[in-house]
Design a binder for this molecule. Structure first.
Ligand code: OAD
Length: 238
């Protein structure tokens, strides 16, 4: 079994996608039977969709809240949390996932660039995002803010700008090792992070099939994250 050689001076940037939560039972988006087979992006994941049919949008995210609340972290999440405990400030985890399985595994230095499933915010006023585990499905009505605005999921939809890009690019500039895990490499800007890192860092991909942006990676480890990562990232191997 291969492992990642890793120097004490290395700074690690990890980018995770839906594949890292697949072994926890959460659907990916683009695999066969994935979320985008059953819903159209333009119906549930755009600002227009929200204006047209907020009930359908909340139905989609309520279903995902229910699934994520029942899911448990798998060995991939646990291996990343263990590595963070060892590397501390030399570790940065950027996830495209909106579930909280990295946190459930113990990750702390984590950035959710596409938002968080268990947070909501007002679509009208500047009230900050807040923790929200409620399900808004019929017969429940749409949640409302005290200002009268509609409460929406704290998710970055298509056509919106991902959260914390400054912070992400600062970490990309610092990294000497970039590892993408379980992401198809099709959604920007995350799909281009490897191109940015590749100028100064070694780039690695882990997942069962090569991603669309495979040409950006120096090494590709094919397999399930939950099976490969515990060994690839084992502290003894660093
Ligand atoms: P995708 O569904 O596009 O890709 C999931 C990837 O996970 C695929 O490349 C699979 O091969 C891989 N995979 C499946 N099982 C795996 C396993 N056990 N271990 C490792 N990898 C596995 O999901 P993302 O790339 O995360 O955005 O999608 C990116 C964004 O598109 C999402 O954040 C979401 C979506 O639309 C928004 O909603 C804004």
């Amino acid at each position: 079994m291969p492992n990642l050689s890793f120097a004490p001076t290395d700074h690690l940037f990890v980018l995770t996608g839906a594949g890292v939560s697949a072994e926890s039972g959460l659907s990916t988006f683009r695999d066969s039977g994935g979320l985008w087979d059953n819903y159209r992006i333009e119906d549930v994941a755009t600002p227009d969709a929200w204006h047209r049919d907020p009930h359908l949008v909340w139905h989609f995210y309520s279903k995902r809240r229910r699934a994520a609340a029942a899911a448990k972290p798998n060995p991939a999440h646990l291996a990343l949390a263990a590595l963070e405990r060892s590397l501390a400030d030399r570790f940065f985890l950027c996830t495209q996932n909106v579930d909280n399985l990295h946190e459930k595994a113990g990750s702390q230095r984590i950035h959710h660039m596409h938002g968080e499933l268990f947070k909501s915010r007002c679509d009208s006023c500047s009230r900050p995002p807040f923790q929200d585990t409620s399900l808004y499905e019929p017969p429940a009505g749409l949640p409302r803010c005290t200002c009268g605005g509609k409460i929406r999921p704290h998710i970055c939809w298509f056509g919106e700008i991902p959260f914390g890009l400054d912070r992400i690019f600062a970490a990309l500039d610092r990294c000497t090792l970039f590892v993408a895990i379980g992401t198809s490499g099709t959604v920007e800007p995350a799909a281009s992070f490897a191109a940015h890192a590749k100028r100064h860092a070694r780039t690695i991909y882990v997942g069962p099939e090569p991603p669309s942006n495979q040409f950006l990676f120096d090494e590709i480890f094919l397999g399930k994250a939950g099976e490969l990562l515990p060994t690839l990232l084992a502290l003894g191997n660093i």
